[in-house]
Design a protein around this ligand. Sequence first.
Ligand code: KG4
Ligand code: ZN
Length: 396
Amino acid sequence: MLILGIESSCDETGAAVIKDGRYLLSNVVASQAEIHDRYGGVVPEVASRQQLTTIIPVLEMALEQAGCGWENIDAIAATYGPGLAGSLLVGLTVGKALAMAHNLPFLGVNHLEAHIYANWLRGKIELASNESEHSDWEYQEGDPIFPSMCLVISGAHSELVLVRDHGQYELLGRTRDDAAGEAFDKVARILGLSYPGGPAIQKASQHAQEELQQQGKSAIQALNAFRLPRSWLRGTYDFSFSGLKTAVLHLAEGVVGEQNIHNTRSSENAGKQVSQYTRMGLQAAQRGGANVELLAASFQEAVVDVLAVKTRLAAQEYHVKQVVLAGGVAANVSLRARLERELRPLDIRLKYPAIEFCTDNAAMIASAAFFHLLRGEQHGLDLDVEPGLSLPFSKK
Ligand code: KG4
Ligand code: ZN
């Protein structure tokens, strides 16, 4: 089954053609990151206008690269939530219009579920290839296994989810304030690094570690150069990153002191700092790279620490054999390496998507759609966007 997937939930415009939910024929992503970098984050009105100008060329490119015409496509799928309303509307409307014009089944896809299904994606195949003949959901070598513990970490979500089977999700914990990706983006802004913050902080951290090694010191020193707080929220699988963000803000500001950090830990206070980000970022950048990079490394280590330990604890409690990462932050190499180290002694496997499938893309939309279409599901053309959509959790 060939599915044309469309993704437009935020600042990436994507179109992809995927065979049998797993095999890539094409995957085109146009990113607006350069435009939003100017503002230190996504400006929703700018994002939706860009989606409008980009969507048709991206779609045409995806069909061309897949080497197929409309006669080859079996269904169309587009993200309908969560995300920015204006951005979502563009991809969903184009998807529905194309389904009507070509008389094809249509399916709206939950963006968060699609991030999980990025783990089913494999390499590129040619349209003529017979490599996959399995139009079913039987387990295939390399697929994620159920039940699995899934850590969904994107720009707007941080959730620990027990995935019992296709479409069966149990929420174990979520962030009480900032999402992990949001913390990366905001801290990058504080430090005067580029948007999106995740890759920029990862790069700064790697550079800090290399510098120390060149000086004959241990790279680990970079990770603990600044003592930053970890919010463990013991006894729960919830997360909190706003205290950490505020601690970085104060260090960048030069107002170092345990008392200050302690007093600004509440998310209420953290919100008041947001307007200062750009100013602080510029000041920090002006003070020179070394401290900024060490601070970036210490911040990343604090986030990785909490995410890895809590995920490992959940995996142990629920006796799963696999941990699955999903969302943009799953691209983080330190997180992947740390989780490998946590899980290997327990004989729990770690699975994560290839880097290009971690951040927003349309291949994952088509993959998630495949498993819904197999169940005979499809949507009417009256489907509307749902900016606040969550995963379809079952009750515990
Ligand atoms: O899943 P995604 O592409 O978009 C949403 O659905 O939100 O995630 C974007 C987030 C951004 O916050 C970005 O900074 C973060 O993923 N990210 C990373 C890395 N690459 C992207 N965070 C940490 N390390 C990375 N290498
Ligand atoms: Zn996403």
